[in-house]
Design a protein around this ligand. Sequence first.
Ligand code: CA
Ligand code: CA
Ligand code: CA
Length: 302
Amino acid sequence: MHIENSRSLLVAALLAGCATTAPAPSGAPAAAAAAPAATAGDLACTPNGGFTYPDPAGDDNGPGTYTYPTDAVYKPGSFDITEFQVVPSGDTVEFRVSVNTRIEDPWDSPAWGGNGFSVQMVFIHIDTDHKAGSGVQDGLPGTNVRFKPDEAWDRAVIISPQGAIRVNSEIEQKAGQWKDRIIVPKTTRASGRALIAVVDAKQLGGMPQPSWGYQVLMQSNEGFPAKTDLLTRKVNEFEGQHRFGGGTDYDNDPHVIDIIVTPGGDPAQKQHEILSRYNKAATTDVKPADLAVVPMVYPCTK
Ligand SMILES: [Ca+2]
Ligand SMILES: [Ca+2]
Ligand SMILES: [Ca+2]
């Protein structure tokens, strides 16, 4: 682990050193940058299975205790989901995850075949049948969360700044048993405050249905992940230059910074409660039952 940490720091430093200090391009759509955080009243479903789902600003702290890594590239708001959109169009589906700051590319992703951003990564887990025993209950490797039996995910979309070759190689090594369920988008990009992924509907098993459920797990792209982690950055007890803090030094705490929750009540408080429910006594040999259970959100079911 120390070796990996050192490598990670070294490479981050090298990448940071390569990045230019030129100002950010000014062509970003002003509307996107100026969009206010969504509120519960904004939930809107379209007949084709599309929707916009809000998440509050300021809950980018997992169970309420997580803190960002100390390096300046992890700008405040970088991991704070404010809105999740599914936009079906023709035979493709666009997934948009907005965060609470303009998305930048401090590690110069074109230099490593990347997608125009650096620090964020999102795993969208989708339940297409809402049937007990159908799908996968484990979150993608490195997230340390799981799902209820009747909310098990059937497809997952990875929004990573890493190029498709790297992401596919990681899937093969770390989640090979689910590779037919995991989708690397045909296009992944950032625009203003939004991370955007375009997926062929047939990879999802068809166009989105109003009955489908979603969970959006906000993570951070780690170019040198631990051997069981699918490009995810760890959360430790104390934050470090490239480590989140406020959790534990084991793999029992949820390694997710922000999630969406079901409608009703205080969404930040709900998230904090959900992500606090893990077995803190399980430090080695962590079992699935020790992990926090995250909800699927079914935005368009009545
Ligand atoms: Ca949020
Ligand atoms: Ca399912
Ligand atoms: Ca949230």
